[in-house]
Design a binder for this molecule. Structure first.
Ligand code: ATR
Length: 277
């Protein structure tokens, strides 16, 4: 028996995932004897895979598409954030094989904004959120938790935006705007976050008119990170707005998971960012 600590990633597919690179970088940087392995897991073998992880002495694992919801019922406990947003991305396994699920995407989102715009105050004004999928759920939860006074959600399918708002911790602070009016919603906004896949490499562009609506001091964040500078960010930067790229959310969400398994809260360095990009 060695003292080597092992964690993993379950999802399908997992081949494209940056998580092994991130965790292995930190293991090496902090001189920890450990490993992080990607384990392609089909939905029909999820239960089997989790029993195997539990019996093989894993410290825990990350969870990605398509298991973020289905893994919840296999956990013995869930933290408040994962329960609220209905998705687990990190699981810890203790010595007794007890599985505790949590969600660190919310932390990743807020920490990324904090890191990239040092003087930004979440309480300073309205946040406009584009999209109402799983990522938007984490973003909205994070924004409400940080004290954003109002959130305006615009989603191509408006029913999903209404559902997201109704299931949040404070529906009264959320208004829904139609997808066609999303540009006009930017007036008076302090933060714009794109959580849709529009603008991602290989996907249709995000049709968003920033002029004349976007206030000059509005922070613009795209959680898409391939490409790093999406058309939205390129256009916002050209207007002189502060922009926040999406790669930091991926890097910061990995920090609490690494800490839980390996015992060190790691740092996001520019060297790590370069490696991942
Ligand atoms: P994720 O977990 O990344 O949020 P998701 O739950 O599948 O993924 O959500 C994708 C989001 O991107 C949704 O808000 C989706 O809009 P719909 O609810 O109308 O499907 C949005 N989206 C995807 N492609 C889009 C496009 N081409 N234009 C606008 N919105 C798009």
């Amino acid at each position: 028996m060695t003292n080597k600590i092992t964690a993993g990633l379950i999802g399908h597919p997992v081949g494209h995932s940056k998580s092994p690179l991130i965790h292995k970088y930190w293991l090496q940087k902090y001189g920890i004897e450990g490993d992080y392995v990607a384990l392609d897991t089909m939905p029909e073998t999820l239960g089997e895979r989790i029993s195997w992880l539990r019996n093989s002495g894993f410290a825990g694992f990350n969870v990605t598409v398509p298991h973020k919801q289905s893994v919840m019922k296999l956990c013995d406990s869930l933290d408040e954030t994962s329960r609220q947003i209905g998705a687990v991305n990190t699981v810890c396994i203790d010595g007794e094989g007890f599985l505790s699920g949590r969600n660190t995407d919310v932390f990743g989102f807020t920490e990324n904004i904090r890191e990239q715009v040092r003087d930004f105050s979440f309480e300073s004004g309205t946040a406009v959120v584009l999209g109402a999928g799983g990522a938007a759920r984490a973003v909205v939860h994070g924004l409400l938790g940080e004290g954003v006074p109002e959130i305006v959600i615009a989603n191509r399918t408006p029913e999903k935006a209404h559902e997201l708002a109704a299931g949040s911790i404070d529906p009264d602070r959320i208004n829904i705007c139609s997808w066609d009016d999303k540009s006009a919603c930017l007036q008076g906004a302090a933060l714009l976050v794109n959580t849709t896949s529009a603008g991602m490499a290989g996907m249709p562009a995000l049709d968003m008119e920033l002029e004349p609506y976007l206030p000059r001091n509005c922070v613009v964040n795209d959680i898409v990170y391939a490409p790093l500078m999406t058309e939205l960010l390129v256009n916002a930067r050209a207007l002189g707005n502060p922009v926040v790229t999406g790669i930091g959310m991926l890097l910061h969400q990995a920090r609490p998971a690494f800490e839980a398994w390996f015992g060190v809260m790691p740092e996001v360095t520019s060297e790590l960012k370069e490696k991942v990009l």
